[in-house]
Design a protein around this ligand. Structure first.
Ligand code: ARG
Length: 453
């Protein structure tokens, strides 16, 4: 085993088992590019500040870029017994360029280095996730625009409640996902500050230009307390929490896809390419993409809980426990990136059974509120009209019919205020079009909303 860079005060080499147990290289190798980017910015600044020579800084830069190329081309693999990606790259650099490589770590600790790498990694990934989520939102907007007058029942308690449109239904998820985009961007912006210069915990006596490094890395600024800079991982927790809320929304939509694709609802016909069969039952067509999304939600929540529990009660500042943050953060990111593309594909390709949606909206007395409101417009108090409408619903259930099918004479038996215009007042079209306040299902309102976002 290669001698550790920190082995000066040790008499014995690290036990092989301990070395493997301690090593984060198998997973933190994901951050090689951020590690190299950070090291280049740090060494360029060291040269500008006169801490190292500009020849050394150039040799470091060239060496680091050649390491990056070799990693990307597969020439350089991570099969070393290095303790982590930071040691791996630094050792490799020194092997390649000699003494200049040994000057790279001046005024830096792996504690501020790893915090930087994780922040940079998260910022890059957040951009990718937001892009994937934007694609989903755009897809939902397109579907909504095609379904401004596709009537369906809206539910409370999973019981038919009032008529809405499919466009209006999708708008709910569009709003949720747009807030998710905001949350992810906000988490990203807060994470996007540089902890470099925090050193191991107490800063450093070298005249570092922390702001210049941050600017060079395209970050918004620097962390303002060296202890906090190396000790906190709230940026990862905040990001995982935004991801968890996103997954919660996706899982609710998934649940409805599963329900709506069932024989009982038949609102949706999933595309063959986005469903799966059964190895035993020849007739089956299963909504695996939606189910797996619902399942992956538990996994992302698990990542968030892991992060919270890893960080709970840790004394300031850096503790090795924090190395565990990385895998939870990576898993959360990879899971979301795996979920979004097939989910969007499923939404894009499925067929909407407008006939089934509209038939369901016509059943279940979803116009009972409008019937009560009709009588209010004729001058009766709402509490009375609610009772009249309720009695009519009861009558319809007993006689196996629906409100709009009742003859005027029957309606008049329940209230003399009913007139011929009641049928128009309780039609699906009127029920939906009448709800034109901001946020309502009226096609004009939903269209205005869709055009405005
Ligand atoms: N691999 C370590 C981690 O991810 C890097 C920091 C090591 N710092 C230390 N003081 N041992 O947390």
């Amino acid at each position: 085993m290669a001698k550790k860079m920190w082995a000066g005060r040790f008499e014995k080499a690290t036990d092989k088992e301990v070395n493997d147990y301690n090593s984060s290289l198998p997973f933190d190798c994901k951050m090689y590019s951020q590690d190299i980017e950070g090291s280049i910015a740090h060494s360029q600044m060291l040269a500008k500040q006169g801490v190292i020579s500009s020849e050394d800084a150039e040799a470091i830069k060239t060496g680091l870029l050649s390491i990056k190329d070799d990693i990307e081309s597969g020439k350089l693999t991570f099969d070393s017994d290095a303790e982590d990606i930071h040691m791996f790259i630094e050792e490799e650099l020194t092997n390649r360029i000699g003494d200049a490589g040994k000057r790279l770590h001046t005024g830096r600790s792996r504690n501020d280095q790893v915090a930087l790498d994780q922040r940079l990694f998260m910022v890059d990934e957040a951009d990718e996730i937001v892009e994937l989520l934007d694609t989903l939102v755009d897809t939902l907007i397109d579907i909504a625009k095609d379904n401004l007058t596709t009537y369906m029942p809206g539910y409370t308690h999973l019981q038919r409640a009032q008529p809405i449109t499919y466009a209006h239904y999708l708008t709910a998820y569009i709003e949720m996902f747009r807030r998710d985009v905001d949350r992810l961007n906000a988490a990203k912006d807060r994470a996007n500050v540089s902890p470099l210069g925090s050193g191991a915990l107490a800063g450093t006596t070298y005249p570092l230009d922390r702001e210049a490094v941050a600017e060079d890395l395209g970050m918004n600024g620097v962390t303002l307390c060296s202890l906090d800079g190396v000790a906190d991982r709230d940026f990862a927790i905040e990001f995982a929490s935004a991801c968890s809320i996103l997954m919660m929304h996706l899982s609710r939509l998934s649940e409805e896809i599963i329900l709506y694709a069932s024989q009982e609802f038949k609102f949706y016909e999933l595309d063959d390419a986005y469903s799966t069969g059964s190895s035993m039952m020849p007739q089956k067509k299963n909504p695996d993409v939606a189910e797996l999304t619902r399942g992956k939600t538990g996994r992302v929540y698990g990542d968030l809980i892991s992060l919270l529990v890893i960080m709970k009660g840790l004394p300031l500042t850096y503790n090795k426990d924090m190395q565990e943050v990385q895998e939870a953060m990576f898993d959360c990111i990879e899971t979301i990136k795996a979920v979004l593309p097939p989910f969007t594909g499923m939404m894009k390709t499925m067929t909407i059974r407008k006939d089934r949606m509209e038939a369901a909206a016509l059943e279940g007395f979803t116009n009972a509120t409008d019937l009560a409101d009709y009588l209010v417009k004729k001058g009766l108090p709402f509490r009375e009209t609610h009772a009249i409408s309720g009695k009519l619903v009861h009558y319809c259930i007993e006689n196996n019919t629906s409100l709009e099918k009742l003859p005027l004479e029957t309606l008049k038996e329940f209230s003399p205020a009913f007139e011929e215009d009641v049928y128009d007042a309780i039609s699906l079209k009127t029920c939906v079009e009448g709800r034109s306040l901001i946020g309502g299902p009226a096609p004009e309102t939903v269209k205005r909303y869709l055009d405005s976002i």
